[in-house]
Design a protein around this ligand. Structure first.
Ligand code: DAH
Length: 454
């Protein structure tokens, strides 16, 4: 038999049995993730394919592009903040072994993500049950590390989100979280506990010209504005903003080995205020590379450090690696193909040597369209369909996009049409192959999403 078809058959046989498991999972009352067993409930939506990803640990794979980016970020922070306060140990502690299974409290509550915030929805997250979720961001570890008394830390880890499917979105990706806290004298090192008397030259020459300069204070009480929180002084907020932005601009210049054009956009995150996104200019386009801000003081205080203030940031590692090395598709990070992984053997060159990935897949994408009537549009979420496509088509799925939504005038029913793009990095797919996968997707959509295929 033709080898290529054989690989595909295996792929589809595998997905079929994953599908059985998938169906069984819905019925069984427990699920096992990273050797721990959890009770399932009406929140459970984690799939076997995603559970398998929790075991992969790409970040610890030496010579993997994500590992190189991790090493370079760590090196930057250790060099910039090494030998802090006379000690030779680096200021930033680094973690990468925390389990991606976190509590709802860690992922949302302690970060002040409100009960009704969309970020909590079942359609955006992989819930293990009502109490446990695969972390959607490495920010989930902020609070416990602040509570542990660390002044500064980096957390690297795999994060999980139910999302659209395209060349830059995959349900698992990697992030680096950074946090730095300050005491008053760390933030305002020139402030002396004793206020300084300064003679101001007054024209009258009277003693009215004697002023005492007020020491800057961390805390105050005023109305929150776009520039500061209600409990932080303007000086605190501005100093944190300057320290944070200059540190991150330096980091990006170091990673990209040149002085970048960058710009800051004000954005909203529930756990920081003010908050920003950094965009850098790369090959003539503005690309967003990170989110950051002044940590909400309630988070720092609730974690047992009411006398400190701080900043935090989160960086998506795939995004950085794709830009740095010209990696065209996010699925490649999961490839075991030697033509991919061998290009990242940086031992001789060193991690800082710039280089570009040479694409090796010239195989053509294959397309297939699926359209169906929804059972009830209120219940249907496109992410449910993306997840279903992925649990069957696996990493062969390159893109899924909804290209038509239509409401029938007579019946009021909604119809959706999706274009599926499949590509195998090592083999040329045939129309027959993708037809088979499409059939399985249609069957599963009928039973699991209760749609009527058109
Ligand atoms: N957690 C955010 C995300 O995943 C990223 C982020 C933004 C992290 C701002 C932060 C921060 O620590 O301050 O989209």
């Amino acid at each position: 038999m033709n080898r290529m078809i054989c690989v595909l058959r295996n792929a589809s046989r595998q997905s079929q049995c994953l599908l059985c498991k998938h169906t069984k999972r819905r019925l069984s009352n427990s699920v096992s993730v990273l050797s721990k067993t959890y009770k399932t409930d009406e929140w459970t939506n984690i799939t076997p394919r995603i559970i398998a990803k929790t075991e992969t640990k790409l970040l610890s794979n030496k010579n993997h592009p994500l590992n190189i980016v991790k090493q370079r970020i760590t090196k930057f922070f250790h060099q910039k903040f090494g030998g802090y306060a006379g000690s030779s140990s680096p200021l930033f502690s680094t973690y990468e072994d925390f389990s991606p299974v976190v509590s709802i409290e860690q992922n949302f509550d302690v970060l002040l993500i409100a009960e009704d915030h969309v970020a909590r929805s079942k359609s955006d997250n992989y819930y293990i049950n009502k109490d446990w979720v695969l972390r959607a961001h490495t920010s989930a570890h902020q609070s416990e590390l602040i509570r542990a008394g660390l002044p500064a830390f980096l957390v690297f880890g795999d994060v999980y989100r139910r999302d659209e499917i395209d060349s830059s979105h995959f349900p698992v990706f990697h992030q680096c979280e950074g946090v730095r806290l300050f005491t008053k004298y760390q933030l305002f090192p020139n402030s002396d506990p004793i206020s300084i008397q300064v003679q101001i030259n007054s024209s009258s020459g009277s003693m009215d010209g004697m002023h005492s300069i007020q020491q800057p204070q961390l805390f105050t009480s005023h109305e929150r504005t776009s520039e500061y929180q209600e409990t932080l002084t303007m000086e605190t907020s501005k100093m944190l903003e300057y320290d944070l932005k200059s540190c991150l601009e330096d980091l990006m210049n170091y990673l990209f080995s040149r002085r970048l054009n960058s710009r800051w956009n004000e954005v909203y995150f529930p756990f920081t205020h003010p908050s920003w996104e950094l965009e850098i200019e790369h090959e003539g386009k503005w690309v967003e590379v990170l989110g950051c801000g002044v940590i909400e003081q309630k988070i720092v205080a609730d974690a047992g450090c009411p006398d400190r203030v701080g900043w935090a940031f989160g960086i998506g590692l795939e995004r950085i690696a794709m830009l740095l090395y010209n990696i065209p598709d996010i699925r490649l990070f999961w490839s075991k193909d030697e033509r991919f992984i061998n290009q990242f053997q940086v031992a001789d060159k060193g991690i800082d040597e710039p280089f570009k990935f040479k694409p090796f897949s010239n195989y053509m994408p294959m397309y297939n369209d699926i359209s169906f009537w929804l059972h009830s549009s209120a219940k249907f979420h496109e992410n449910d369909f993306y997840d279903l496509v992925r649990s069957i088509g696996g990493d062969l799925v390159e893109n899924v996009s909804c290209f038509d939504t239509y409401i029938c005038n007579k019946t009021g029913r909604t119809s959706k049409a999706f274009r599926l793009t499949f590509r195998h990095f090592e083999k040329q797919l045939m129309q027959d192959d993708v037809n088979q996968i499409k059939k399985q997707i249609e069957e599963a959509a009928k039973t699991e999403l209760k749609v009527t295929v058109r």
